[in-house]
Ligand binder design. Structure first.
Ligand SMILES: [Zn+2]
Length: 118
């Protein structure tokens, strides 16, 4: 992946481009919450960032052990809550994504197109 894409996605990150690249490389450019593959497309690359497992707002350290590759939607959903660990954080994010998807689907549901037999 061209470094310029990562630079774009890390513009407002508290970690440097080089620090961020190391974390993304370690995590194979995959969101550690939902598994989104940051290398699969330009659009995916644009939303990849580095997440503080324990948020900075909660005094989480800028240390590789507290940093993971993450997509922007999961980062937003995770917020600044404090979790017992990565497993609990992942479980929360994935459960919330399901809730949000269900809400979105119920609000955007359209009547099915009539079949030829109807
Ligand atoms: Zn994600």
């Amino acid at each position: 992946m061209p470094l310029s894409l990562m630079t774009l996605s890390l513009v407002d990150s508290p970690v440097t481009v080089e620090e961020g690249r190391k974390i993304l490389e370690r995590d194979d450019y995959r969101c550690q919450y939902c598994g989104l593959d940051g290398r699969a497309s330009f659009e995916n690359a644009l939303v990849m960032r580095v997440d503080f497992v324990v948020p900075r707002a909660r005094k989480g350290k800028k240390d590789p052990s507290n940093l993971v590759a993450c997509c922007t939607p999961c980062n937003t959903i995770k917020g600044t809550r404090v979790y017992a660990g990565m497993d609990e954080a992942r479980a929360f994010v994935l459960a919330r994504r399901v809730e949000l998807r269900n809400a979105w689907e119920s609000k955007t549901a359209r009547p099915r197109a009539k079949s030829a037999n109807a």
